[in-house]
Design a binder for this molecule. Structure first.
Ligand code: NDP
Ligand code: GDP
Length: 337
């Protein structure tokens, strides 16, 4: 009998990679999706990975406890992965309340649904390196104190501790992965790596001249989403639930990441990048670098993809996407003429 998993956030970057990975392991995969007026785009990432017809989609929302309870009752999941969130730091300043509701209280809703209807299930909480914020130690591990710097990070910190609390209060199998930034061709276009790789593709293909960015000196520990979803699964295969840092252990500036992308297509970033003060954040996380040694020791996990390989993969995917879009819009033009 195959194991059943529920994934919230299945339409996002990690949800899509995790769904693909679990399907390959023989799981029956159910994903919670919120109703959208643009339903045709909802499954774009699952489609990109070729798994859109292999998952069961459940109509629900992190804010709607009833729908989460019903899905836990009806699916009877062995594993629950809570990936849903308002996940973009910048938007968390313009929508702090919503960010708190979805990212923080949404996790409580899902934990409650599990406690009531599926207490034997195993639960994964998508915690974030943003919780370290104004870093208290030069390299961040599971024991580094947190200092969140945005409403998003504050909401993630609440979700992290409520997950720990449900583990300790009710003896539930709840684990948190404190994941450092991870990217892929499926990363949302608003995040800096994808904004850069999409911009580079458009500049290379003559659709755009400049790329406007904010703080080029920020440093991140960037890994590949496909590697990181494996760590999520490994956490739920352990007898004892626990929290783990998932990172590469390398940190790079936005500037150097950008340079890799431009050089991959033979361009010079200085000719195109414009620093726009409007994109500087009200409070910045200057540097993140994780210590993944516990994950290696206990889970046998380590990052496999280096930054340059990943950025080049993303640029190539964006070149393909932009070429495809422009061919499609040329074909479509006569119909509207
Ligand atoms: P995405 O932003 O790509 O995906 C977020 C998902 O959450 C989407 O499927 C979105 O649905 C869903 N969602 C948002 N609001 C609701 C809601 N009210 N009800 C139900 N679903 C909702 O994020 P990633 O895949 O990159 O990240 C996955 C998780 O990991 C997130 O929780 C993120 O905060 C966390 N994380 C990510 C890191 C990263 O570097 N990628 C680092 C550390 C943590 P819709 O498609 O409808 O918008
Ligand atoms: P985050 O770490 O979750 O906030 O991921 P992002 O990819 O959104 O941002 C990573 C870093 O890139 C942050 O320090 C940003 O300030 C910096 N950055 C610089 N320019 C930009 C930009 O134009 N967009 C975004 N999203 N980030 C930028």
């Amino acid at each position: 009998m195959s194991k059943r998993a529920i994934i919230t956030g299945i339409t996002g970057q990690d949800g899509a990679y995790l769904a693909k990975s679990l399907l390959a392991k023989g799981y029956e995969v159910h994903g919670v999706v919120r109703r959208s007026a643009s339903a045709e785009f909802m499954q774009e990432r699952l489609r990109w990975l070729g798994v859109e017809n292999d998952v069961h989609l459940l109509d629900g929302d992190m804010l709607d406890l009833g729908s989460l309870i019903r899905h836990c009752r009806e699916v009877r999941p062995h594993e629950i992965y809570n990936l849903a969130a308002q996940s973009f730091v910048t938007s968390s300043w313009s929508q702090p309340h919503l960010t708190g509701e979805v990212t923080a209280l949404g996790a409580t809703n899902l934990l409650e649904a599990m406690r009531l209807e599926a207490p034997e299930a195993r639960f994964y909480q998508a915690s974030s390196s943003e919780m370290y914020g104004l870093v208290r130690e030069p390299v961040q591990s599971e024991t580094t104190p947190f200092y969140p710097r945005s409403p998003y990070a504050v909401a993630k910190l609440y979700a992290h501790w409520i997950a720990v609390n449900y583990r300790e209060s009710f003896g539930l199998h709840v684990s948190s992965g404190i994941l450092f930034n991870h990217e892929s061709p499926l990363r949302g276009i608003e995040f800096v790596t994808r904004k850069v790789t999409d911009g580079v593709a458009r500049i290379k293909l003559g659709q755009q001249k400049a790329l406007r960015l904010g703080n080029l000196d920020a440093r991140r520990d960037w890994g590949h989403a496909a590697d990181y979803v494996e760590a999520m699964w490994l956490m739920l295969q352990q007898e004892t639930p626990d929290d783990y840092v998932i990172a590469t252990g390398q940190t790079t500036t936005v500037r150097d990441m950008c340079k890799i992308a431009f050089e991959h297509v033979g361009l010079n970033m200085e000719d195109h990048v414009v620093v726009d003060p409007a994109l500087i954040r009200p409070a910045e996380v200057d540097v993140l670098i994780g210590d993944p040694s516990k994950a290696k020791r206990v889970l046998g996990w380590e990052a496999r993809t280096d930054l340059a390989t990943m950025i080049c993969e993303m640029v190539d995917a964006d070149l393909e996407r932009v070429r495809f879009e422009s061919a499609r819009s040329k074909q479509a033009a006569p119909a509207y003429a």
